[in-house]
Every structure is written in C-alpha cells, then in structure tokens.
Design a protein around this ligand. Sequence first.
Ligand code: HEC
Length: 102
Amino acid sequence: MRILTTAAIALALSAPVLAAPPAKPARLGLCAACHGEDGMAKIPGAPNLAGQKLDYLREALRQYRDGRRDIPVMRAATGPLTDAELDQLAQWYSALTPRAPQ
Ligand code: HEC
C-alpha cells in the first residue's frame, strides 16, 4: 500500500512536467520555410533539427548569429534574434520527435 501511495504521488508530481511541451516560439516563422515547424527539412541542403541535442542547438544558433559559423542564410535568419529567442527555438526543435526521412 505504501508503495502504491508513493507511486501515485510520484506520478502526480511528474505528470505536469511530462505534459508540458514548450510553447511555440514567436519567431518560428523565420525558420519554418527551411526547417519546418516540425523540424524536418523542407528544402534541399537544410538539416533536420527535430530531436537534436538542446545544448548543441543553442550553441550552433549563437555561432551563426555571431558569425563564428559563416553561413549567409543562417546569419540572416538568426541575426536579429536575442539569446532568449534563440533558446526558445532550440528548445522547440530539441523537444520534437524526428520522423523517418521521406
Ligand atoms: C533559407 C533557409 C533557412 C532558414 C530560413 C533557416 N535555416 Fe537553419 N539552416 C539552413 C541551412 C542551409 C543550414 C546548413 C548550414 C551549414 O552548412 O552550416 C542550416 C543550419 C541550421 C542549424 C545547424 C544544424 C546542425 O546540425 O549543425 C540550426 C540549429 C538551424 N539551422 C536552425 C535554424 C533556426 C532556429 C532558424 C530560424 C531562426 C533557421 N535555422 C532558419 C537553412 C535555413
């Protein structure tokens, strides 16, 4: 009985965390034409982002914005964005489940 109670409490505490996907970022429209809202690439040459590691995405986006990765399309897309906006986008794409390539 005590085990069941403990399990029920643990479930109740964890449920809201599991049930809360990140809110759709306001700037997602800057990225969707090439990477999709679903993180699956929409044009040749663009990478899939769904499910990529959060820390990797955060760092990659700062590198493009700051010119340490000198790719014109990505510099243009990230140029006007703040750290907080880049982090929202990284969290969004990282939380998505990748689909099999089509
Ligand atoms: C015009 C098309 C285009 C747009 C718009 C665009 N991207 Fe990209 N993105 C690319 C291409 C092409 C690459 C590959 C660049 C390279 O070779 O480094 C890329 C690379 C990336 C990468 C690196 C992936 C990796 O595996 O290293 C991330 C992260 C990324 N984009 C996120 C975004 C986000 C977030 C936005 C919106 C703010 C965005 N992109 C807008 C085309 C685009």
